[in-house]
Design a protein. Structure first.
Length: 307
């Protein structure tokens, strides 16, 4: 009789002593679960959070052989992103772009971008490129199965802010599709430059976190609460695809998610993406638009240092 194969979990994370990681949105949910697992494996982990007081409270719950610290980062404010990056010194082994907002009422970032696109994609786009000269191993960006929701989500290149046509789920899906296109183009640029750094993406499946509590629709909040009880896995299980992407030897541009039905829960595995998320032309177009919007470009200096 065949023996069921053991699924990968945090006990399989290798020793990370001497390695440094940044996790955005790290004070709750998937973020704090990711921080805790990396610290337990011996890494020094920086919680990059909008509210340092909440970050310190979260950091106090982490038990590990490694160490943690808290630094302020507001991805909805490019000045804050630049300040965070300017303050970084030394190597950064792992950059985990985890922070995000989901299905919120229409709002704008401090720089005038639609909040979900601006936070989930543009903030991380700027942060990654500004920190890239320090990154030694990989960048992992958290996307979502929502990138391929019914209706074939696409990037609204002619109206990225969705002005006059805003819908919370449309905006969220666009931002998560952007995460995957960003990863695809970042990996292409890294490989072309001969850099050893890899870009990967992951999604948590249906994870019960406080992300859904910010939904502007009372009906959707009720649906999410019921779904969290029936279908969801907890934040520790939801963080496993991100952790797998962060520590396993995987090809650049890999996309990880749960191996269960509908990719809603289960152990981490390689998963597929929509055709739109694998389109290199759209990835390049989005990169160009993101450079124009943020004023941040791919850092050639980082490439020359590694060549």
């Amino acid at each position: 009789m065949a023996t069921e194969q053991k699924k990968w979990n945090v006990s399989d994370i290798p020793d990370l002593t001497g390695r440094t990681a940044v996790v955005t949105g790290a004070n709750s949910g998937l973020g704090i679960a990711t921080v805790d697992a990396l610290a337990r494996a011996g890494a020094h982990v920086v919680l990059a959070v909008r509210d340092p007081k909440r970050g310190e409270a979260a950091a106090a719950t982490v038990q590990g052989r490694g160490s943690v610290e808290v630094r302020r980062l507001d991805l909805a404010d490019l000045a804050s992103v630049r300040e965070f990056a300017a303050g970084w010194q030394g190597d950064l082994d792992l950059l985990i772009n985890n922070a995000g907002v989901m299905n919120i009422p229409e709002a704008s970032t401090k720089d005038g971008f639609e909040m979900q696109f601006g936070t989930n994609h543009l903030g991380h786009f700027a942060l990654t490129n500004l920190l890239l000269p320090h990154v030694t191993d990989r960048v992992v960006t958290v996307s979502s199965g929502a990138h391929k929701m019914p209706g074939s989500p696409y990037i609204h290149f002619d109206n990225l802010n969705l002005t006059g046509e805003y819908a919370p789920m449309t905006a969220y899906s666009q931002s998560k599709l952007a995460n995957l296109l960003f990863t695809l183009e970042l990996q292409r640029r890294l490989a072309e430059a001969g850099s050893p750094v890899r870009a990967l993406a992951a999604h948590p499946g249906w994870a019960a976190t406080n992300l859904q509590s910010h939904d502007g629709s009372a009906l959707r909040r009720v649906f999410m609460r019921v779904g969290n009880r029936v279908f969801a896995q907890d934040n520790k299980a939801g963080a496993l695809p991100t952790l797998y992407a962060a520590v396993q030897d995987l090809p650049g541009a890999s996309y990880l998610g749960p191996d269960g039905f509908g990719e809603m829960r289960g152990g981490p595995t390689l998963v597929g993406r929509s055709a739109a998320a694998g389109d290199p032309a759209s990835a390049r177009r989005l990169w160009t638009a993101s450079e124009e919007l943020t004023g941040v470009m791919f850092p050639e200096l980082a490439v020359s240092v590694r060549s």
